[in-house]
Design a protein around this ligand. Sequence first.
Ligand SMILES: [Zn+2]
Ligand SMILES: [Zn+2]
Length: 797
Amino acid sequence: MARWDAILSLPVQNPPTPELSAADITWSKVEGWKDTIDRLALIPYSRVTDFVRGESNNKQCPTRFHIEARRKRSTQSSCKPKVDGILEYILYWCSFGPDDHRKGGVVRPSRAYAVHRKTPAGRPNTKRGCTCHFIVKRLIAEPSVALIIYNKDKHLDKNGLPCHGSMDQKAAGTRAMFAPYISDEFKLQVMSLLHVGVPVETIMQRHAEAVERQGGPSNRDDLLTHRCVRRMERKIRRTTYELDMDDAVSVSMWVENNQDQVFFYDDYSKSDTFVLGIQTDWQLQQMIRFGNRSLLASDSKFGSNKLKYPVYSLLVFDSDKNAIPVAWIITPKFANSEIHRWLGTLYHRVRTKDPTWQLGGFIIDDPLADLFTIKELLQCSVLISFWRLRRAWHKNLLMKCSHMETCAMMSKQLGEALHSICDGTGDMGLFESFLERFVGCAEFSDYFKATWFPRLGVWIKALRSLPSATSEVTSAIESYHHLLKIRLLNEKDQFVYHRADWLVQKLSTKVHSYYWLDEYSEKEIFSRYWKDEWKRGLSAWRDGLQIPAADIKIEPNCAKVVCQKNREMVHVVLNPGSEFALCDCTWSKAGYICKHAAGSTKVYQERGLVGPSMSMICYNRALMSMLDCVPSDCLVRDHAVGLAVRVREELVSLLCSKEKDKEIGIRECQQSSGKTENEICLSKDDDTEASEKRAEKNGAVEKSGDGLNIEVQADVMDIDAQCNNEKSDHYCDATAVNSAEKSDDKSNDKKDIREDEIIEIQPMEVDISEKVICVSEKVLQDVDIANGSVENSDKAE
Ligand SMILES: [Zn+2]
Ligand SMILES: [Zn+2]
């Protein structure tokens, strides 16, 4: 038993890389049978596929590992609990072996038939006698762990000579230089193109052109064959969603066949509710890449009215702030209490791949969501996006009230009501007075009373207690929702919507392929993708930021935006600068935030013509409320200081990491508006009067008047100063001096914290030049943490 003691005392190695190869692992030598020495290691069982992939992508000998033998203990069989009991045994062999089809090579008698074939069906003749192989054992004692025994880790034949790859002289110029068959990534690319309807011929033609441009094949993917693509196309064509007449049976068969795409499955036999969680490998990669120290958002009820089961999507945001679905959860009545069943499994799945992965925040769109479970499982704060509510109000207003000006007034009042609720001053009474004021618009009033009065209570509670997501994130979620509708619900035969197997099949193939293509950099060479209805361009918000400021004219009650496609046309945006802006374009009429509204919001914020957005109110509120936590006990106080400094450091590092994006964004917006930074600052002076009025109106933050707000300003300045200290030393000086001065008249408690912060700022020569004055005005622009964009806050003097 010494062998097993030695094995079970080994550490379980889990390097945080997407793939892991033998080189990433420390191997131990343990005595095996008949005096042999085994070279082995333990890794998490869930990472075996990553290991196989890592070993396949060997630089010198790219290959593929196939399962040569497999034994699995049936779950029913009872067995004596033994330390070396094995649940599963898998033998992986390099696909250039174990047989040798080269001249004079040895082929096992059972496989000899393959040599006599003229055209080996389906598989190119690749066997070259490679002896490289490893064994994976899943132990009964530790089912979550895989024991890997890797004694033959070199790609050599039985004579000890290299038999494929760059070390094998005889392989030069043949396929044996590369791995047999194409890589998984490339296979996904070809499959995605086929799923969205790109013909085989086009794929081959584009591929041949690309290989020719680079001067001939240089890896396995370059050797893509016509036959291989045709085979994939045939497979797609012949696949049917209806695996059984019975929908439930059909779904369970799909799950059985597609284990690698399912992260959670409970059918009715296991519990009262059916839950199926889909996440492909690509989706998992996106979740790790874009979700880490960032946001995860939910679109919780897609297709509630149309589909048999609604779809719950989890989204991350790419560098262009477009939403990518990283998991789909299908379940009937989406009870909010059910989220714990799958969310923990998903979180665990991500953390097994990358133990350092951490979420910055989770955005819900349903005020009834189970906050406690989400916070508990994901270890992050929860934000709320009120896009469903905003869109429903917006759409119904335009539908039920024909007079545009009245619509705008109603929308404005609804927006103001939400703002008041957000900053803690408003309540249900605001909606009652709204109905009294607009009693004339009976159709909308009736709708609002019937549909929203019963739900407003939970919304008010949620908006008061949770920070709300920014308009840009809202716009990205809206765009995702809209695209999913186009991509999923486009069947001629609507009967299929009543089948879950159709939904599962379509999401995991066609719909998944569309989203994969969205992120594929070379999609533009396939004209099929650009077919208007399914392509994803920039989100409406991003589109809006591209509109030059010169094309946005500010008028007393509206903004007029020159149409970018047809410059003869002008769109009128009412309530410009607010989340509740209305526009006369078709996108706005469908209830969405349109680019014209987004563009005018940018201009209004830059000129200080509007108050802070809801998300800025929440940000300010969070910072302010931290000042109320004055620790009295000395131990608690030391702990609190440590905590506060850490939060601040994290905030600084977050803002700095977004700084680059922000700079690019500012540069783009300056280029488009034709203004330099100084000019923007100057134009702010012109708007001082407007800012003052605004400051009066939005007194929530300023109201305190007890010096607290000055401190918050100094905080914000500090954060910005550190972000900018690489490019602007003056800036740092000025704020350091400012904060030092301001801290003088503060109580000792607060002074302690201040001094800590001052120490962190590098002392530098004081040189307050014009630039400093200009930059310190820029300080008044706060950075919107959720989206990295710059918003003009109400802290202007
Ligand atoms: Zn090999
Ligand atoms: Zn519009």
